[in-house]
Design a protein around this ligand. Structure first.
Ligand SMILES: Cc1cc2nc3c(=O)[nH]c(=O)nc-3n(C[C@H](O)[C@H](O)[C@H](O)COP(=O)(O)OP(=O)(O)OC[C@H]3O[C@@H](n4cnc5c(N)ncnc54)[C@H](O)[C@@H]3O)c2cc1C
Length: 473
C-alpha cells in the first residue's frame, strides 16, 4: 500500500522533502538489504533539521496513520532502517551538529545525525574519547548507534553504547517531546525511559538530541598480535584472558579465513593462522598488564606474540574494521550472506566458535569467524554463490543453527546489530512468548497506532502481514 503524503507540503518544515524516485531508492535499503538486492521504496523522504520539524512530521503522520521509518547512515545489518510498509523515510542526517562539549563533566551534546568519528574527534579536542564506537564508527551516526545499541572493539573494557548515553531528547509517535535520563551520572527517578529508547530501532520514538558520556584518553596505549597453531587454542585463550581479569581494551579473534580475506583485500601480510589482535589502555603499569596477558596465552600454546608499533597496529585495526568489505572482494563467485552476530557468556565462547566452524565444514560452507571476542561476540558470514540454491539453503541452515545454539547456551541472537527484520524469527525463542508480549505492550503504550518503523523487531505473522497487532493491549 502506498500513502498519500502530499500533506507534508503544508507543514512548516525547515528541512527538505523529496518524492524523487532516485532519492527514495537510496532510503529503500540499509547495508545488508542493499547487498541482498532487497529494499522497500518509501513514498517520500523528509530531512528534518530541527526537533520542531520532527514534531510536525510525527503529529501529521500520527493523525493520518502514515508509517514513519527513521533513517540515518543506513549501515544497519538486519534491515532495521528499511521502510517495510512504505510511508515516510525520516532521514536524520541533516541534524548533524555537535552542540556542546563539557570537558569538566566529561559530556558531549550532539544531534543524532552526527557521524561517530566526528563526535569522537570533538571529544579528542579535549583529550577525551567516546569508548563504545563501533567498527563502523566512520560510516554511521550517533543516533543509529544509540537506537541499535551498538558496541565496538573497546566494549570489553568500557561497555556498549547504552552505558555511555546519559540523556536523550525523544519525539514520541504523536509528536510529544520527552527528556529521558539525566545529565547526572546516576539517577533512580522513575522508569528508565532512556534505556527503553536505546536499542528500540526507531520503533518507540525519534531521538533528536543526545548527551553522551566521555572518557579521558589513557596515557599509555599499546597493541599487539598473538598467533596460534589451532583456532581452539586462540578461542580458549580469549576466555582465559577475560576470566583471569586481564585489563584488555580490545581483544578480537581473527580466524585463518578472515586473515586470508584481509590479506587479499589490503595486502596486510598476516600469517595463515588463527590470531588474536589485542590492545591495552592504562595510565600506568601497562607493561605489567601485557606481561600478565602473555602468561595467560602461553598456557594455550601461543606460537608468537608481538607488540607492534603504532603504525602497524593502525594497519591491523583497519584490516579488522574492513573485514566486511574484504568478504565482498574475497572471491568473485561468492558473496557474503546475512552477517551473524551471536553473543554468548564468555565461558561458552570457545564452544560457539567450535560449533560454528564444525557446522560450516559439515555443510561445506566457507564461514569466516571474527568479532569482539572478549564480549563473547562472534561475527560470521557464509560466503555463498547466489545462483546456487542448494548452497544458499545449506548456509541458512548453518546460520540458524548457530543462533539457536547461542540462545540455548544463555546467549543472544544479536550482540549489537539489533533484531530488525532479519532476526524477528528468533525473538520468541530468546525471550519466550510472555517476554515478547511484554515488549508488544510497551510498543502499544508508546506507539498505539504502530506508525514508527512498523514491521521491525516483532515476529512476523501471516495474519498481521508483519504489522504489530496491538489490539490486545
Ligand atoms: C562495515 C560495517 C561494520 C559494522 N560494525 C559494527 C560494529 O562494530 N558494532 C555495531 O554495533 N554495529 C556495527 N555495524 C552495524 C551498524 O553500523 C550500526 O548498527 C550503526 O549504529 C547504525 O547506524 P546508522 O547511522 O547507519 O543507522 P541506520 O542504519 O540508518 O539506522 C539504524 C536504526 O536506527 C533507527 N534510527 C536512526 N536514527 C534514528 C533516530 N535519530 N531516532 C530514532 N531512530 C533512529 C533506524 O530506523 C534503524 O532502525 C556495522 C555495519 C557495517 C556496514
Amino acid at each position: 500500500m502506498t500513502y498519500d503524503c502530499s500533506f507534508l507540503a503544508d507543514l512548516p518544515l525547515d528541512g527538505p522533502v523529496s518524492f524523487e524516485e532516485s532519492v527514495r531508492e537510496n532510503n529503500a535499503a540499509d547495508w545488508a538489504a542493499r547487498e541482498a538486492g532487497l529494499g522497500v521504496l518509501p513514498d517520500v523522504v523528509v530531512w528534518p533539521t530541527s526537533t520542531e520539524d520532527v514534531v510536525a512530521v510525527l503529529e501529521a503522520a500520527h493523525e493520518r496513520e502514515v508509517p514513519v521509518t527513521p533513517y540515518a547512515a543506513g549501515t544497519s545489518l538486519e534491515g532495521n532502517a528499511v521502510p517495510q510498509f512504505k510511508g515516510i523515510s525520516l532521514d536524520m542526517t541533516r541534524m548533524d551538529a555537535v552542540l556542546e562539549v563539557r570537558p569538566d563533566d566529561f559530556q558531549l551534546d550532539v544531534e543524532p545525525g552526527v557521524m561517530g568519528n566526528v563526535a569522537d574527534e570533538a571529544a579528542a579536542d579535549h583529550g577525551m574519547f567516546f569508548p563504545p564506537l563501533p567498527s563502523s564508527g566512520k560510516l554511521s551516526t550517533i543516533g543509529g548507534m544509540i537506537v541499535n545499541d551498538a558496541s565496538g572493539q573497546q566494549t570489553v573494557k568500557y561497555g556498549e553504547v547504552a552505558d555511555w548515553v546519559l540523556e536523550l531528547e525523544v519525539v514520541l509517535s504523536d509528536g510529544s517531546v520527552i527528556e529521558a535520563g539525566s545529565r547526572a551520572v546516576k539517577t533512580s527517578s522513575g522508569y528508565n525511559l532512556k534505556d527503553l529508547i536505546v536499542g528500540s530501532e526507531g520503533t518507540l520514538g525519534v531521538v533528536t538530541r543526545a548527551t553522551l558520556e566521555l572518557e579521558g584518553r589513557p596515557e599509555q596505549i599499546r597493541g599487539g598480535r598473538a598467533v596460534f597453531a589451532e583456532l581452539d587454542d586462540a578461542a580458549e585463550a580469549v576466555f582465559d584472558v577475560v576470566r583471569s581479569g586481564v585489563d584488555v581494551a580490545k581483544i578480537e579473534l581473527i580466524d585463518p579465513l578472515a586473515g586470508e580475506m584481509a590479506n587479499r583485500y589490503l595486502d596486510t601480510g598476516l600469517p595463515d593462522a588463527p590470531m588474536i589482535f589485542v590492545e591495552f589502555h592504562a595510565n600506568h603499569g601497562i607493561d605489567e598488564e601485557i606481561a600478565f596477558f602473555e602468561t595467560i596465552i602461553e598456557a594455550h600454546d601461543v606460537e608468537r606474540f608481538e607488540i607492534d608499533d603504532e603504525e602497524r597496529m593502525a594497519e591491523l585495526w583497519r584490516a579488522r574494521d574492513e573485514l566486511a568489505f574484504a568478504a565482498q572482494q574475497y572471491d568473485p563467485d561468492l558473496e557474503p550472506g546475512h552477517p551473524g552476530d551471536v553473543t554468548v557468556p564468555i565461558s561458552r565462547y570457545p564452544d560457539i566458535i567450535r560449533y560454528a566452524k564444525d557446522l560450516a565444514n559439515e555443510h561445506d560452507i566457507l564461514l569466516p569467524c571474527f568479532g569482539h571476542a572478549g564480549d563473547g561476540n562472534v561475527h560470521y558470514s557464509a560466503l555463498v554463490d547466489p545462483e546456487d540454491e542448494a548452497m544458499l539453503e545449506r548456509a541458512e541452515t548453518v546460520y540458524d543453527a548457530i543462533v539457536e545454539q547461542a540462545i540455548a547456551w544463555g546467549g543472544t541472537a544479536t550482540g549489537e546489530h539489533g533484531i530488525g527484520m532479519g532476526k524477528r524469527k528468533f525473538l520468541e525463542l530468546e525471550h519466550g512468548a510472555a517476554g515478547v508480549q511484554a515488549m508488544r505492550a510497551v510498543k502499544a503504550a508508546l506507539d498505539p497506532k504502530d506508525i514508527l518503523n512498523p514491521g521491525k523487531i516483532f515476529p512476523e505473522t501471516e495474519a498481521e502481514g508483519g504489522r504489530v497487532d496491538l489490539s490486545a493491549f
